[in-house]
Design a protein. Structure first.
Length: 95
């Protein structure tokens, strides 16, 4: 973190173990760069992402949905004005 003076930060996530009722372990359902799991292991993540877009009238989209079953971790909010950090790829991430 030498390039971040006075801003030390280290993010750690707990390991998510297990499998869903279909036997799938940890899955990435969509990303902040446009990937969508077309095998549709679960519909909930895609519906949640779509809901976030429509409920915000197109201003926001929750993406990068991943996890085990209905336990999701580390989402990324995409916006029209790039206000949610480096992972917010804006409209191009909503592709």
């Amino acid at each position: 973190f030498v390039d971040r003076p006075k801003k030390p930060m280290f993010a750690v996530e707990r390991f998510v173990d297990g499998a869903d009722s279909y036997g799938n372990g940890f899955l990435k359902h969509n990303t902040n760069a446009g990937f969508v799991d077309l095998e549709e292991h679960r519909k909930t993540p895609q519906i949640f992402s779509a809901y976030s877009f429509y409920a915000s009238e197109g201003c926001r989209l929750v993406a990068d949905v991943q996890g085990v079953g209905d336990l999701y971790t580390d989402p990324q909010v995409l916006s029209i004005d790039y206000r949610f950090g480096d992972g917010d790829l804006g409209p191009r991430g909503k592709a």
